[in-house]
Structures are given as structure tokens and as C-alpha cells.
Design a protein around this ligand. Sequence first.
Ligand code: HEM
Length: 495
Amino acid sequence: MALDIVLVAGILLSVFVHLLLRRRLQSIRRIPLLLVQRASQSSARCRKSVPCPTPSNLAARYGTTGVVVACSAGAAPSFLKARDLQFANRPSPISGKDVTYDGQDFVFANYGPRWKLLRKLTNLHFLGSKALTMWELVRRDKIGRMLRAMLESSQNSRPVMVSEAMVCASANIIGQVMLSRRVFESQGEESKQFKDAITELLAWSGKFSIGDFVPAIAWMDLQGLQRQLRRVHVKLDALITALVAEHEATAHEREGRPDVLDLVMAKRVDADGVPLSDVNIKGFISDMFIAGTDTSSIIIEWALAEMLRNPTILQRAQDAMDQVIGKNRRLAESDIPSLPYLRAICKEALRLHPSTSLSLPHYTFEACEVDGYHIPPNTRLVVNVWAIGRDPNVWEHPLEFKPEKFLSGRTAKIEPLGNDFELIPFGAGRRICAGMYAGLIMLQYGIGSLLHSFHWKFADDDEELDMKEKFGAALPKAVPLKAVVSPRLLESAYM
Ligand code: HEM
């Protein structure tokens, strides 16, 4: 009997906390700047109140964790520029303890020698603008394979799933450059497991976690989230372990033409003389696949859905590409500087549908003052890039997809590269997305290739109106875009 009462009380408590915190987290989107004190200091008040259209939200507290949210182009630089170093850490990933290898990976590393080394090596050999030019042929090959698979679908009257096709192409690009191998074969059990594990992990890690906001009860894992993430992590880790072992065994085949993992392994000692451990290396590989696949594909899917609903935009983009490229060959990356409308489409998609809508959390261990406001120690910073991109004080018709705003007028010169705080889909400051240039190329080259190569229409007529987002760490379309394509180029252009 006593046990039953405890069980029922536990379940009620979990439902209550879950509903309360989830509502609060979703309300983050509506608040320009919110300061919250830690529970242990609940008697203290914010030293200064903050202008806010929904004042009732000011009193919010996210469990026992101090959280500050920047939701405007004015507030973001106060943290990411003026206090960038202070907030350059990450909070402990409690729900994601396993998938981040207990914070031993790159993305969740605190600001320190290990993070600096990984950032430097990644920039030098993989994701920096100079390194990216070396891998152009890999991108051309993998996008070419994707287009040929879509051509085959069109010949067999099968619809294409845009996001799935792009995830596959991006993961194969990353696999080839980092590990000298594709990861998603069209057949093969190991590759299928890899793909399924990444897809499942992204789905679970997007869910709201009570334990992250009330660490004292994290061990109870009330939602079963840690258990689910651990289950997926075990699968993914086994596959990464196998990939690393295979990579070691085939080292002799790559003599004189090292891949990214070879280059990282050759320089794996940080400024304190501490070598990257095998766990750090596995975390690094896992991060690249997780951070580098779904992020671009989600935005490409949204951009296509927006254009399918606005055929004049689609037509204008295709006409511009026909003029520059013609129909005898497919898009090359070197065409992109001559295609301002395509670049404007990509910026508009990044503004309206940033895949990492609340960025990644930052963290300060020490107290500080920001614009005269007191920030207590151990506070988490959330930057709402989604709300910033839709701010009516900056953007005209903020909810409409209108690439023209990036061609002329007041907002034409805004770039998404971390300097213009009205548009920061990649974040800003020291922890800005390490794959920003790669992400941009994947968007421009991916969207451009799809638009230029095919005529597009929705597979289901009902889909036209369905533009709902699926709330989580990433914001994909709730109903994945399924489209029917038909070729626009000469057949030889797809070979
Ligand atoms: C359009 C595509 C992408 C978008 C919108 C995006 C967005 C972001 C955002 C918002 C952050 C957090 C920044 C912050 O903490 O302030 C981030 C971090 C990161 N991204 Fe991306 N990303 C994209 C593509 C990529 C790609 C292709 C890769 C790698 C292959 C990548 C690797 C990373 C890494 C490693 C970090 C962590 C950086 C650090 O903590 O120092 N991203 N990304």
C-alpha cells in the first residue's frame, strides 16, 4: 500500500514537473530577454527589471537552474560579443551524458585546451574555408549520387523524401573526408544501423529533459530519456568503434593521402601536453556526424517546401540558374558567386527556419554584469536565434518567405556569419558553429542542385498547407516533405 502511494505520488510529480517546465521552455520563444535567479538565491531579485511584452514570464524559473535568454538582436551581442569569453563554456549535458561521452566530446567541451586543440585541427583540416576547397570533389560526387538516385525515383514514378536524401549525402561527405569511406551504402546492414542510430538519436536528444533543469532528480530519469539516449548511444558507439578500428587497420592504404582522422591523430596533444584520449576521438567523430547531417538537411527541406508554396520564387531561381549554367551540365560550386538570388533564398531559409532554433546552450561558472544586469554564477545562456530572425522590429513581413529582402533595401547587406546579430543561425563568438562555411556550402550547393536539376511538385496535395514545426533541439518540418520530381536537364548532365 505504502509503495503504491509512493509510486502514484512519483508519477504525479513527474507529470506536473514535465508539464510545467515544458510550458516554460516553449515560452522562451516569446521573451526578448529574461533573467532568472537560481533557486538557492530565490529570495534575491534581479537587480534590474527587463522590458518585456509578456511580464508574467519574467517570474519564470527553469527548475533549479539559472537561465538567461537572449531573444533580440540587441541582447545577443551583450553576451556573445561583450561577454563571449565568460559564456564560452557548455552546461553539463545530464540527459545527453552518454551521447556526449560525458562531456568528453568537442561540442560539449568546456572552453579550455582540449576544445582549443579540436577547434584548431577541425578548422585547419576539415571545416575552415581553405580546407573546404580541398574536399570540393567529394561534395560534387556525393551530391551527384543523390541527384542520380532522385532521377531513378522519377523514372520509376516514386516520390522523393528530401530530408532523407540530404542526410544520406551529407553523412557520406563527412564519412569520406574524415574516414575515407561512405557510411550509407544503398545496401549493407552496418550502414543501415548507422543511419538508423543517428536518426533516432536526433529525435530523442530533441526532447525536453526535466533532469537538465532539476539536476537533483536527474538520477530518477522520470521521462526515461536517459535510458533511450543510452540505448541509441550504445549502438552508435559500437559502430564508431568499428569504424575507428577499420580506419586503423587500413592506414597503409592511405599513405601520402591522409584523411581528417589521420591528421587529427598525428597532432593529438593539446597545449598542456595532454593527448586526446580514444574517448575524445570517438566523441569528436560522433559530433561531426550528428552536428553536420541534419542541420543542413532540415533547412533545405524547409526552403523547398516554402518555394513549392511560392512557385514564382522557384521559377525565378530556376530562370537565373538556366541563364548562368544552361541545361547541359549541372550546378558547380564555382557558379554560386554568380547566383545572388540563390544565395538570398538560402539566407531567407536560415532566417525563417534555423535548424538549431535555440542554438546550443552556453554557460558561465562565474557571476558577471551584463548591460547592468546581475548574472549569478553557474547560469545557462540560451540564445533564441529563431525569435531573432522573426523580430518585427528588424524584418518586414517577418513570417513570410521573401528572399528579395536580401537583394535590396535596409536588410540587403545582412550576412549570417556571426557579425550581424539580426541573423545568427550559426551562433556568434568563440563557440560559433565550427561547420558554418561547410553548412553554408551544403545549403547553397544542395538547394541549387535540387532546383536546377528537377521540376518539383508536392506528392500529396494536402501537404501544401502543412508547415508545422516539430518542437525540439532541431526544428524539422513536422510532416517530412515528400515530392515528385522530373528532370529539367539533358540526361548526360546527371552522369
Ligand atoms: C546549416 C547548417 C548548420 C547550422 C544552422 C548550424 C548551427 C549551429 C549552431 C547554432 C551552433 C551553436 C553555436 C553556439 O554555441 O553559439 C553550432 C555548433 C557547432 N556546429 Fe553547426 N550548424 C550547421 C552545420 C554544421 C556542420 C556541417 C558541422 C560539421 C560537419 C557543424 C559542426 C558544429 C560543431 C562542431 C559545433 C560546436 C562548436 C563549438 O562548440 O565550438 N555544424 N552549429
